[in-house]
Design a protein around this ligand. Structure first.
Ligand SMILES: NC(=O)c1ccc[n+]([C@@H]2O[C@H](COP(=O)([O-])OP(=O)(O)OC[C@H]3O[C@@H](n4cnc5c(N)ncnc54)[C@H](O)[C@@H]3O)[C@@H](O)[C@H]2O)c1
Length: 440
């Protein structure tokens, strides 16, 4: 029987926390502008669990539900410092205007702090992101040269901004689909591959390697592999650094992981789930390319299968036909529209249908996840947690797991796991919702 590990000693959250972000596009600029607006009291952190959610402690009758941010020591928003890399050299204000997510009236109030954030030259490879290219790139060199240049950037950023700790979160474009190859099987092979510029090593993996070597936690907001490769998972464990990913759970997959557990909980069958959406931002343009779309498709498809468990419930789910389409449609910009048609089956096999039409805003949904992830990854590091942080699956479409385990996609199980991990960190009793009062 496994036992719960001892309550960790959590280091205090004092000093500055540097947030380093490869990719300063729509999500990143919406996140940074949002934090600056919240700090100034001109907006509220809606959608952020760390800023708004409470956590129940003890029995229901104890009436004790502090805010998460008062319960565990998290970095204050005033103590965050932002930096990043992009192939375009626009500063964060210009990039936010370009992304077109937030209104100019809001951005103009934040022009001063946003203009000060200028992207460092990126490590980029057009074999991995095909539809875009830009001038702000590191000089030519081997992949190991690039990893070292990134480590130098990290060092300089930390020193010049006076940061005590750092977290890196990938908000760059989705790279083309690829699986872990021979070069990803051991650190020896990976480092030799960096020196030889092995084509199987992607830019996001060079950033991940640089981060881990510098002891910086790495979260992956995109669906491609990045840190989800055996050698990097092992490196994170060896160096005591937390990692997590993949692919922020927003929009249509967020809806799926809300609805599918509910249908399953009532033992209703599903024969088909067709999802299509239109979006017109730069992310949509990159995803219009088949290789990048394949990364996204794999990530989006995995959730339903795991939730429905057709191998356990063949009568209900063995015939499920699941299809996901993404159409690049420039007029919509960041305002995505998603449609789902769900063919369900009830009592005696009678068919029914559910239609969902979600008019969402991609980056408005993703920005609070970035905030929560950077604060919780920093907490994890201060609590001495290392390797894959499965308790942060709540935020991801394709959660990374320890080797050999299947990912948990059900958002309600994920939420319980996240809150129980926070309770465990503070030595509080875990909440199982088991009502033993019946036996009193
Ligand atoms: N918005 C959402 O709801 C959501 C949800 C899940 C995942 N994501 C993922 O988050 C990522 C960011 O989305 P976005 O809407 O901000 O996209 P975006 O296109 O606006 O921004 C991505 C930025 O990354 C830059 N970039 C590409 N390769 C780079 C590299 N090697 N180094 C540095 N910069 C690089 C691009 O120039 C661009 O500015 C995408 O991978 C997207 O799939 C977004």
């Amino acid at each position: 029987m496994s036992t719960t590990p001892a309550t960790p000693q959590i280091q205090p959250a004092g000093g500055k926390l540097g947030i380093l972000i490869p990719g300063m596009g729509a999500v990143t600029t919406t996140f940074i502008a949002g934090v600056e607006a919240i700090k100034r009291g001109i907006a509220k952190p809606i959608g952020s669990v760390t800023q708004l959610a409470t956590i129940r402690l003890g029995k229901r009758t104890d009436n004790n539900s502090p805010m998460i941010k008062d319960f565990v020591p998290l970095s204050a928003l005033e103590n965050l410092e932002f930096g990043g890399w992009d192939i375009f050299d626009e500063n964060c204000y210009e990039a936010a205007v370009h992304a077109g997510v937030l209104e100019r009236t809001l951005l103009d109030q934040l022009k001063e702090p946003l203009s000060l954030i200028k992207p460092m030259p990126a490590v980029f490879d057009s074999n991995y992101v095909k539809r875009i290219n830009g001038p702000n790139q590191k000089p030519k060199g081997s992949k190991m040269d690039h990893a070292q240049a990134l480590m130098e950037d990290i060092r300089n950023f930390k020193e010049s901004r006076g940061c005590d700790r750092l977290v890196m979160i990938w908000c760059g474009s989705t790279e083309v689909f690829h699986r872990a190859a021979e070069v990803h099987q051991s650190m020896e092979a990976f480092e030799a591959g960096l020196v030889a510029s092995d084509p199987e090593i992607s830019p996001s993996q060079i950033y991940a390697y640089a981060a881990l070597k510098m002891g910086v936690p790495y979260a992956n907001g995109a669906p491609h592999l990045a840190v989800d490769a055996p050698c990097l998972v092992e490196l994170a464990r060896q160096l005591n650094v937390p990692i997590c990913g993949k692919d922020f759970k927003t929009g249509q997959t967020f809806m799926k992981t809300l609805i599918a557990p509910g249908l399953k909980s009532r033992m209703l069958g599903v024969t088909g789930w067709f999802s299509t959406n239109i979006l017109g931002n730069r992310d949509g343009e990159v995803l219009d390319e088949p290789g990048s779309f394949k990364s996204k498709e794999e990530s989006k498809l995995s959730a339903l299968h795991q939730i429905f468990q057709p191998e356990l419930y063949p009568d209900l789910y063995k015939d499920l036909y699941h299809k996901v389409r993404i159409e690049y449609y420039p007029p919509r910009g960041d305002s995505k529209e998603g449609w789902d048609n769900i063919d369900i089956v009830g009592w005696l096999g009678y068919p029914m249908q559910i239609k969902i039409n979600f008019l969402c805003r991609d980056s408005i949904l993703a920005a609070p996840l970035v905030l929560d992830l950077v604060l919780l990854m920093d907490l994890a590091q201060r609590a001495g947690m290392r390797g894959v942080q499965e308790w942060l699956s709540f935020f991801f479409k394709a959660p990374m797991t320890a080797p050999g385990l299947y990912p948990e996609h059900d958002i309600f199980i994920q939420l319980m796991k996240m809150k129980n991990t926070l309770r465990w960190m503070k030595g509080e009793q875990l909440i199982t919702h088991l009502g033993l009062e019946y036996y009193d």
